[in-house]
Design a protein around this ligand. Structure first.
Ligand code: SF4
Ligand code: SF4
Length: 275
């Protein structure tokens, strides 16, 4: 999920995250809900697995929830073993990137000869591919809406297959609806970090580390919430509080709401300060 802040979508030219050097970088067909595209990916295509290497791959918090569960790892172990953490210029919150394997082709660490070994829990970017989603912020109307682009790289043969999709049928086929929902929620939080909530402290300070933990290191955040004075200081709505021990999604939703309240002073429905 990228935030697109342009005044005219016809001028959209942001380079796709996964394929910054692709010949189609900066291009792509914008899709409306009724538009169709042809695509299929299967072991029979000549490019099979070619796209799973040398990627600039940003992981969303929900991607990590699914991947660490699939790999039977803690969130801290996953972050340590599989990610690089970067702070992009003009951003006040770190991004988490999937670390490619240390081989000549820089393959995705989850790529095997048979294909993706985390397929049921593959990240949102892989699920939505070759569709890329962004949020278009219309500054004049102060409104945000989702925009979609069909952007297979030049070498992708899947675009010549016969299966025809709309955005909604592709999302259903890829079981991407919940990923989409969680990604949009995270994008709304991530966008807040275009402003600096840390004063001079930066994201490496205490508040920044807490916020990072709240959305990326979910197991540590759960431990913090349940075993500190957190629940004495904050009132958490019962639908979330009852699930915190066993449900990573509930912890992540609490983490996103807590960031909005704790760092940006927003009123949120999930959590409030006790009086
Ligand atoms: S997670 Fe799976 S589908 Fe995504 S890049 Fe890695 S191997 Fe390919
Ligand atoms: S390049 Fe396209 S068709 Fe080839 S493996 Fe990747 S997604 Fe499938």
């Amino acid at each position: 999920m990228k935030y697109v802040e342009v005044n005219d979508l016809s001028e959209f030219s942001e380079v796709p995250e996964r394929f910054p050097d692709s010949p189609v970088a900066g291009r792509g067909r914008m899709l409306s809900s009724s538009d169709t595209f042809s695509f299929a990916c299967h072991p029979g295509v000549s490019c099979f697995n070619l796209c799973c290497r040398n990627l600039n791959f940003f992981l969303n918090p929900y991607d990590i929830v699914r991947l660490k569960k699939h790999l039977s790892m803690s969130s801290a172990e996953f972050i340590d073993q599989h990610t690089d953490i970067i702070v992009r210029p003009g951003h006040f919150f770190p991004d988490v990137m999937l670390r490619m394997a240390d081989n000549d082709e820089k393959t995705c660490p989850f790529l095997s000869d048979a294909g993706c070994r985390v397929y049921p829990d593959r990240p949102y970017t892989c699920r939505a591919f070759p569709v890329e989603q962004g949020l278009y912020f219309d500054a004049a109307k102060n409104q945000t809406r989702r925009v979609h682009f069909f952007r297979p790289p030049e070498f992708c043969q899947g675009r010549f297959e016969k299966s025809v999709w709309t955005l909604s049928s592709w999302e259903a086929d890829q079981e991407a609806a919940f990923y989409n929902q969680m990604t949009v929620q995270w994008a709304e939080v991530a966008r807040l970090f275009q402003n600096d909530p840390f004063g001079g402290e930066g994201p490496d300070g205490q508040k920044g580390k807490m916020a990072f933990m709240a959305v990326y290191n979910i197991d540590a955040f759960r431990d913090f919430v349940l075993n500190s004075s957190f629940l004495k200081r904050y009132k958490v709505v019962s639908q979330l509080r009852m699930k915190l021990k066993s449900d990573d999604v509930a912890v992540l939703k609490l983490g996103m709401a807590w960031i909005k309240m704790f760092l940006f002073g927003m009123r949120v429905k999930e959590i409030s300060l006790k009086k």
